[in-house]
Design a protein around this ligand. Structure first.
Ligand code: FAD
Length: 464
């Protein structure tokens, strides 16, 4: 008999006012009993709408059926057939807009907690069966992967499993991309990313850190050095600013810089000497996941007051609902329909105030979105010593500017053939945020997978 409860089995969480003082994970994994109980809510629909909602088409009802009978290893094998990083996606995927949005149980009540179940299975496997993979038989063909985010890691893993001699070139000193430098420890523990990177090494992948492709070595030089195909998964790490007065004052950060200092450079730990302003009052500008992460990090770093300034209303916020709720519970002060117009500095050139205007939403435009308009004379000031701009990012121009023949669109994203992820250069493929602009982990993984398949076909074709 299925479990006909209308609500998901709740996952335990740290208390908001405790967790906003530490960097430990906020939400706990299900226990085996909780997982079985939740799995029994799945109706195993014949037409599987949830699978169509998953960008990598995980066979969701099949893995959930295994969880329901307590066969967690079999459940893991089903998930990992199509999803290379389930510990990651189970934690950060926007399931509410993907698989869970299509779940039939969601029509009357809450959808099955597919994300929590995926996370449970992946965490269970990490504890109980996480053997390192065996090194496949090498085929002697060299391929290069630029960037070690979810797109690069997935592409490298799939190519290495097919026997290719894969080298990953990463600009930072640690592999993982946004998974290590952007998403904070309390949402995605870094030990999980490390274990995925260890699997890659066990497959024989050669990881070259501190190599900036386009500076240390170019794509053309990689090809001259015998790499027969190249995958570019260099992400979209270039931050945007508003262009308002005062953005060059001390104490004004891009969210990328702030989060990199906190997460990758471990500014939150006493045994690291990464410099970071000891802020008392912080304004974070933006309404996406990045803004939520920056605001919640600032609170954990000891700020007494953290404002979140967003020019639209809550309904329009692009951040995941869960992250918005968590941020509010952690005492982030949401100032909606609010837009900064200027940052003011003190005599030492440090930010000390932000001037804002109230906004009003207009009728929906052609895209269906309601654009905000400033309310004349509504200016007001907030006393802050730190401002963090979380307004979005775009791909860094370095690779496109040093690789002749590599076409980009007007947003600076690499142009690819959508079926093969091939760029406008033969033998050069790309995927993830470098192609789409800032998007999601699961889409980046899907692109890495698709590219690996196409690169394999291309390289086999060359030898036929
Ligand atoms: P990235 O993860 O950006 O990795 C690119 C890698 O390439 C980096 O390691 C970079 O150092 C390296 N690189 C760049 N240029 C070069 C070069 N020239 N040479 C060598 N290496 C280079 N998505 C979700 O699905 N859920 C979330 O909750 C979520 N939260 C987010 C929170 C934050 C703070 C941020 C910033 C993003 C978040 N995202 C989230 C988006 C998601 O993380 C990205 O869409 C995803 O990481 C893109 O993967 P990628 O592999 O394309 O690029």
């Amino acid at each position: 008999m299925p479990n006909m409860s209308l609500t998901k089995v709740p996952a335990e969480e740290q208390e908001p006012l405790v967790r906003n003082q530490n960097f430990l994970e906020v939400t706990m994994s299900y226990t085996p009993d909780q997982a079985v109980e939740e799995a029994r809510r799945c109706l195993s629909c014949k037409n599987k709408p949830c699978v169509a909602g998953c960008p990598v088409n995980v066979r969701i009802p099949e893995f959930i059926a295994k969880v329901a009978v307590g066969d967690f290893k079999a459940a893991y094998e089903i998930i990992s057939d199509t999803n290379a990083l389930p510990c990651v996606s189970g934690r950060v995927c926007p399931q509410e807009n993907q698989c869970e949005e299509r779940c039939v149980r969601g029509i009357k009540g809450e959808a099955v907690a597919i994300g929590r179940l995926e996370r449970f299975v992946a965490d269970w496997y990490l504890k109980h069966g996480n053997a390192l993979p065996e090194k496949p038989q090498p085929n002697g063909v060299k391929v290069a992967v630029v960037g070690s985010g979810p797109a690069g890691l997935t592409c490298a893993s799939d190519l290495a499993k097919r026997g290719y001699a894969v080298t990953v070139f990463e600009a930072f000193h640690t592999a993982g991309g946004v998974l290590v430098y952007g998403i904070p420890e309390f949402r995605l523990p870094k030990a999980i990313v490390r274990s995925e990177v260890d699997k890659l090494k066990a497959l024989g992948v050669d990881l070259r850190l501190d190599v900036v492709v386009g500076r240390t070595i170019t794509i053309d030089e990689l090809i001259e050095n015998g790499y027969e195909a190249v995958f570019i998964g260099s992400g979209a790490g270039l931050p945007m600013f508003m262009g308002i007065e005062g953005e060059n004052l001390a104490g004004v950060y891009s969210a990328n810089e702030y989060l990199t200092r906190v997460n990758l450079m471990k500014a939150y730990r006493n045994d690291h000497d990464t410099p970071l302003r000891h802020s008392r009052a912080v304004a974070v500008v933006g309404g996406g996941n990045v803004a939520m992460d920056a605001a919640r990090c600032a609170k954990r770093m000891g700020a007494e007051k953290v404002y979140l300034l967003y020019r639209r209303d809550e309904e329009e916020m692009p951040a995941r609902r869960e992250e918005v709720n968590h941020a509010k519970e952690e005492e982030i002060d949401f100032r909606l329909l609010t837009n900064p117009v200027r940052i003011l500095g003190n005599e030492k050139g440090q930010a000390c105030q932000i001037e804002c205007m109230r906004m009003r939403l207009q009728a929906p435009d052609e895209s269906g979105r309601r654009s905000p308009k400033a309310v004349p004379g509504s200016n007001f000031f907030l006393n802050v010593d730190t401002v963090i701009m979380a307004l979005g990012t775009s791909p860094n121009p370095l690779i496109r500017s040093t690789t002749p023949g590599l076409e980009t669109n007007r947003k600076g994203c690499l142009v690819v053939d959508e079926d093969t992820m091939r760029t406008t250069r033969e033998g050069v493929y790309a995927g993830g945020d470098a192609v789409t602009g800032a998007a999601t982990v699961i889409l980046a993984m899907g692109a890495g997978k698709k590219a690996a398949q196409a690169m394999d076909e291309y390289l086999r074709g060359k030898r036929a």
